[in-house]
Design a protein around this ligand. Structure first.
Ligand SMILES: [Zn+2]
Length: 240
């Protein structure tokens, strides 16, 4: 069984690249790309309609359109002073916006990450398949041996066998928020360990009250109330 001191930089790198791959494979990213492509094609088609041409090269049309706009913006000779003044105001605002963007520091490490790269297999709420039972977490269809990760920086306050949760981990985070990770086959952390968001904390399994291997993940507010983990993570900017 590993102890935290055996963790190597290579493991951290591996975890990071897992997240990078996860982000690349998310449905929302694909949908975004599809919308972006549709928008570009739409712009090209509209431009082609206006000029009576065809839309075989939408990028070229869009580029030509952009150039024409620039030329028009630069032509101010035959405009009134009021129009020129409006332009000046607009340009100043745009410059300020750009300056603000450039002044922002490089994106810091995310505060919250997904606890598993496996797909979500069950959500928070009443169990559809077991009458009267409430599911206080979200499940990820992690294969046996697949790594589970700390969802945020924190301190491990429980690590080991824990009733229906099987071999589980509880991490306490800032503001008294706690996260629970159930059904491991093996743990990679011990109680008292400090962990960072994305650190591997254990290997998925099927210990405790389960019908198959998966990660059961809960998020509790400081008052102890369990909240919908997926909605919570999305609110923290995590792409799932
Ligand atoms: Zn569950």
């Amino acid at each position: 069984m590993r102890t935290p001191s055996e963790k190597t930089p290579q493991q951290s790198t591996t975890a990071t690249s897992h997240f990078a791959r996860l982000r690349q494979s998310t449905v929302s990213r694909t949908v975004f790309a599809a919308i972006a492509a549709a928008t570009l094609i739409g712009t090209g088609l509209a431009a082609a309609d206006a000029t009576g041409g065809n839309a075989t090269d939408t990028v070229a049309v869009a580029t030509a359109e952009a150039r024409e706009e620039q030329t028009q913006a630069g032509r101010s000779d035959d405009r009134t002073e009021a129009e020129a003044s409006d332009d000046a105001t607009t340009e100043t605002t745009e410059e300020e916006t750009t300056a603000t963007k450039e002044a922002e520091p490089a994106a810091p490490a995310p505060d919250w990450v997904t606890p598993s790269k496996a797909p979500i297999s069950d959500v928070f709420g009443p169990r559809a398949w077991r009458a009267g039972e409430m599911h206080y977490g979200a499940d990820f269809a992690a294969a046996p041996g697949e790594k589970n990760f700390a969802a945020a920086d924190g301190v491990v306050v429980q690590a080991g066998s824990n009733g229906g949760y099987g071999i589980s981990v509880i991490i306490e985070h800032e503001d008294g928020i706690t996260t629970v990770y159930g059904h491991h086959s093996q743990l990679l952390v011990s109680a008292g360990d400090e962990v960072k968001a994305g650190d591997p904390i254990g290997l998925a399994g099927s210990t405790g009250d389960v019908t198959g291997p998966h990660l059961h993940f809960e998020v509790h507010m400081a008052n102890g109330d369990a909240v919908d983990p997926i909605e919570f993570l999305k609110d923290q900017g995590v792409k799932l």
